[in-house]
Write a protein that binds this ligand. Structure first.
Ligand code: SF4
Length: 263
């Protein structure tokens, strides 16, 4: 039994079982097709770094509209110092459109306190110069900030060579077989290892993965009949037009051949 089901010995190996070099070439092919279908994307910050950071915390398990509504109401409480000073319940109420507001409110206040007390205060521009590994560590040491949020801030705001993996990037790249089945956190490292350290390239690919995940390779009932990746997609090779809903977590006994990332 493989990741996707039974395979005959005569079938060619799934992409996910191929060496890293071949999967890197597959990912470059995906990037080129996305470029043709969705176009180029300019790497210019869509919002300030603090806005990006707090909004991305709010976006966890939350739709874009609810994230935006929560952020806007949060900012009605005042500046960052004001948001630290109000009771945590007030912050939780303000961000109630975001899922898990009771968990996120204290984390946002703790994060703001840590940033306020850092040498640069609310100015995060020092992240532009810090070595990437140190910048990731600084951000992920903040309460409620994981590698996805940290990577978004570093790539979107400071054009650093990291690759944020959200639910769309994770789902599409896993179904195609660019990476073997693994959790979203681990996928950051696995995908980055297959990509050039080129921030505009990484940004365009990230944004186009989102577009494809939202429009075509959806969580349930992906529209494989309309998909430009179909001819080289592992999931399509296995299931045809009946690709099942995506499960984020790998099953305990799943394996994909004998491949490891060091291949
Ligand atoms: S062929 Fe289907 S499963 Fe594969 S990437 Fe396209 S929509 Fe997703």
């Amino acid at each position: 039994m493989t990741l996707f089901g039974d395979l005959s010995a005569a079938d060619p190996p799934l992409n996910a079982a191929r060496p890293a070099q071949e999967r890197a070439a597959l990912l470059a092919w995906v990037k080129d097709l996305f470029h043709e279908a969705y176009g180029a994307r300019d790497l210019t910050p869509r919002r300030g770094a603090m806005h990006e950071l707090i909004s991305t915390i709010l976006s966890q398990r939350t739709t874009h509209d609810d994230e935006e509504a929560a952020y806007q109401e949060l900012r009605t409480l005042g500046d960052w110092d004001d948001i630290i000073a109000v009771p945590t319940e007030t912050v939780a109420h303000a961000i109630r459109r975001s899922n898990y507001p009771e968990s996120k409110a204290p984390r946002i206040q703790d994060t703001l306190r840590r940033i306020r007390d850092a040498p640069g205060g609310y100015d995060l521009d020092f992240l532009r110069e810090l070595p990437v590994g140190e910048a990731l560590k600084w951000l992920t040491d903040l309460p409620g900030v994981g590698v996805k949020t940290a990577s978004l801030v570093l790539l979107f705001n400071y054009a650093r060579p990291v690759f944020p993996v959200d639910t769309h990037v994770h789902r599409v790249s896993t179904r195609v077989g660019v990476i073997p089945r693994m959790g979203e956190q681990a996928a950051h490292r696995a995908l980055l290892a297959l990509l050039p350290p080129d921030p505009p390239y990484l940004y365009e690919l990230h944004i186009n993965f989102l577009a494809h995940g939202r429009k075509v390779c959806t969580w349930t009932r992906p529209k494989c009949g309309q998909c430009l990746l179909r001819e080289r997609c592992d999931a399509y090779a296995q299931y045809g037009d009946r690709v099942p809903s995506f499960s984020e977590k790998p099953a305990k006994k799943e394996s994909v051949g004998t491949h490891t990332d060091s291949d």
